[in-house]
Design a protein around this ligand. Structure first.
Ligand code: NAP
Length: 312
């Protein structure tokens, strides 16, 4: 007979691992299924806004989450979930790449989002060596350096503002004339003396030997090379939710629609972290929402027997 888990958690970033810790402490039999451990937090070398944890590389912090989840009893499976189906008895079946099937009474979706990439030469090669997808996380590494931010939304403009306080010079490079960013933020950026905004420009290549050295741009005045130490790709994130389409309600950006406690439209399916409609994509927020979804999941499984006063 197929093993039936109490909880199947999809994703092992801050949200999924925290959910694992919480459901394990409630003695629920849980399996975390993920293609990696750490999620987006792994992309920063320098996380200093996870309260109480000091400053450390993102992967180190995520490894602690991982060890704690394992220590409390979460089981792990490195795999990609291809489909989630609701069964006639109210349980769920998760189909994994390769054909394996997992059965569970509940599901916590914590599969996160992926930073959008431009797709130019050098971008992947220098990820973590001058290319970053998170200005908020990595700006402190660029004190006294020259940086460029790509994008025209709030993430890019706010990122450039943050960098302008640390870097000697920051370029904001946007492919159009008009910005999506809030005008008030854009005005602040325009007033920064060490910021140069280059519009109608696209990145052709990120060049360097061991780390980023030069950015090759295509502009309306021809191709240009600019010397930079860091390039921040801030062109948004995407949620890849094909495996739950048609089952769970998603918004236009494929983010899972949840209520305040992480419930989706499907009883027994909960969601947390960057994969949800929560607008603030931060490690500490993902961890908190993972805990919330886990407690709500526990309540769903236990029904009237749930004791939620055990908050220690
Ligand atoms: P966004 O609003 O979708 O903006 C993405 C930007 O990147 C756009 O300017 C877009 O250009 C550009 N872009 C997309 N693909 C590109 C490519 N391949 N090459 C070059 N440029 C590309 O994304 P976001 O800035 O991450 O913001 C996402 C959401 O979070 C927004 O709703 C935003 O308001 C919100 N947010 C809010 C705050 C805040 O409230 N403090 C902070 C950050 C983000 P086009 O304009 O030409 O499409």
């Amino acid at each position: 007979m197929t093993e039936l888990y109490d909880v199947a958690i999809v994703g092992a970033g801050a949200a999924g691992l925290t959910a694992g810790i919480y459901v394990s402490r409630k003695k629920l039999k849980n399996l975390i299924i993920s293609v990696d451990v750490g999620g987006l937090t792994n992309l920063t070398n320098h996380i200093e806004n996870y309260p109480g944890a000091g400053t450390q590389p993102g992967p180190d912090l995520m490894n602690k989450f991982f060890e704690e989840a394992k220590g409390f009893g979460s089981q792990f499976k490195y795999a990609k979930v291809e489909k989630v189906n609701k069964q006639s008895d109210g349980t769920f079946e998760l189909l994994l790449e390769g054909g394996e099937k997992i059965s569970s009474k509940t599901v916590i979706l914590a599969f996160g989002s992926l930073p959008k990439m431009i797709g130019v030469p050098g971008e992947t090669k220098f990820l973590g060596r001058g290319v970053s997808t998170c200005a908020t996380c990595d700006a402190p590494l660029y004190k006294g350096k020259v940086t460029a931010v790509i994008g025209g939304g709030n993430s890019a403009v706010e990122g450039a503002l943050e960098l302008s306080n640390l870097a000697t010079k920051t370029y904001l490079i946007h492919r159009r004339e008009e910005f999506r960013a809030d005008p008030i933020t854009l005005e602040k950026l325009k007033a920064s003396p060490n910021v140069e905004i280059i519009t109608n420009a696209t990145v052709l290549e990120i060049i360097g030997e061991k780390k980023v050295e030069t950015l090759k741009l295509k502009t309306s005045f021809g191709d240009h090379l600019i010397k930079v130490d860091g390039v921040f790709i801030e062109i948004g994130h995407e949620v890849k939710a094909d495996f739950i389409k048609g089952l769970v309600d998603l918004n236009a950006q494929n983010e899972v629609i949840v209520d305040l406690v992480g419930k989706t439209n499907v009883p027994g399916i909960f969601a947390a972290g960057d994969a949800t409609i929560n607008p603030y994509k931060q490690t500490v927020i993902s961890a908190g929402s993972g805990a919330t979804a886990a407690l709500e999941c526990y309540k769903y499984i236990m029904g009237s027997k749930a004791i939620l006063s055990d908050w220690k």
